[in-house]
Design a protein around this ligand. Sequence first.
Ligand SMILES: Cc1cc2nc3c(=O)[nH]c(=O)nc-3n(C[C@H](O)[C@H](O)[C@H](O)COP(=O)(O)OP(=O)(O)OC[C@H]3O[C@@H](n4cnc5c(N)ncnc54)[C@H](O)[C@@H]3O)c2cc1C
Length: 456
Amino acid sequence: MTSMTSLPGHITGQVVTPGDPDYEDARRVHNFMIDRHPAVIVRCADTRDVRAVVDHARNSGRDLAVRGGGHSVPGFGTGDGVIVADLSAMNRVLVDPERRMARVGGGATWAMVNDAAAAYGLATTGGIISTTGVAGLTLGGGIGYLARAHGLSCDNVLSAEVVLADGRITTASETEHPDLFWALRGGGGNFGVVTEFEFRLHPVGEIYGGLMLFERDDAADVLRYFRGFIADAPREYGGFPSWHLAPPQPFVPENRVGEPFLTMVSCWTGDHHAGAQVLQGFRDAAPPVGEMIAPMPYPVLNAMLDGFVPRGLQHYWKAVYVKDLTEEAIAAHLEYGPRVPTLNSAVDIYPINGACHDVAADATAFGHRDATYACVIAGMWPDPADNEANIGWARDYYAALAPHSAPGGYVNFASADDQQYVRDNYGAGYDRLTQIKRRYDPANLFHLNQNITPAS
Ligand SMILES: Cc1cc2nc3c(=O)[nH]c(=O)nc-3n(C[C@H](O)[C@H](O)[C@H](O)COP(=O)(O)OP(=O)(O)OC[C@H]3O[C@@H](n4cnc5c(N)ncnc54)[C@H](O)[C@@H]3O)c2cc1C
């Protein structure tokens, strides 16, 4: 190992090392179960800083962690003794309303994209939580409210500026390095550091949507209704069933706060009158115990659940892809969903259809377009003393659901102990991803991720 002393002179951004006042904050990521001590965190200011860190890691042999929004549940944005390329300061979002596109820095969050684009009545597919990083979410695929209308996040990438393992700075697009461009759209952070994305934007005005809570005794009816409805629902509908404990909110009857409910989380991007009719279908399936449905700007909906997942919780997640929401799968949900242990935790069943199916299965590295649903068991809780109980719930739920699911789960929802499933998780394009990995990162410099090894 070389020392870190040679590094700061090359860096425009902040270099944080143990003992610095910022170190405790800088070493941490969103999931506080991850308690690692990097050798140095470089808060990169620009692409040259990123290249300096990549060069330093390659030449020194020190492990490299790349951090965008820091939301990786396994905590891939930090590590013991590693050098961290923290891109969070590289968060500029420039919207071109004429061309309906945005240039987005590799450390931006979805809130930043949403706000910048909404000023022009535009948006693109992000996740469900607005504090999540654009980079990690997009590179793994990107599932969110707008996916049925406009495709996955990765389907909306027009190009990316990338710092490669050998230090070269390049652009990947349909016409430049198309193999790299293919791999970046679903292959995660395995191929380089994306310093800037170019995204396609879409007209998205005020949406109509929010939350409806249903009794657990009615959950089977609601899930069956959702199964039938979502198969050919209008693309303006982007929503999902979710198990939650009822929060202390005005729309929840006071004596029901803290009880488990099946929640329908809905987003309708079309005409509000038509949206009201569509959402009525859920009320006809079963009477909601409480609801908060209203017109609102898309950025408001995208931030609606942020309060449940502040930085600093403990996280342990499991993920499966589901082709058919069979009666057996519904039975597993009915058994384990109501045991959702904390206000922060959730189990979400995200549909992958609509515009996601307009893109050919082999057009990007996202290898599970034929899955009808991506289901995540997202255990999140504040107190480390509860780790065993909460991890146990997620594992038991997963064990009950997995036999009724397709092989593999969404890479962005997988935990650190899911590396054994990595081939299934990346799915159909895995062998091609391996070949591209060999071409762009033969020494596996970018290995702190759901790793595609060059050798496999
Ligand atoms: C609260 C919460 C809600 C979520 N909701 C959704 C959702 O609705 N939809 C969805 O699809 N996913 C969702 N996710 C999962 C999310 O997609 C992943 O956690 C994703 O990895 C987060 O990206 P990030 O940039 O914030 O994370 P990081 O921890 O910064 O990075 C994650 C991975 O991407 C790599 N990476 C990060 N930035 C770059 C870059 N600029 N260039 C190259 N590689 C990079 C990292 O090395 C790491 O391997 C959610 C996660 C959380 C914690």
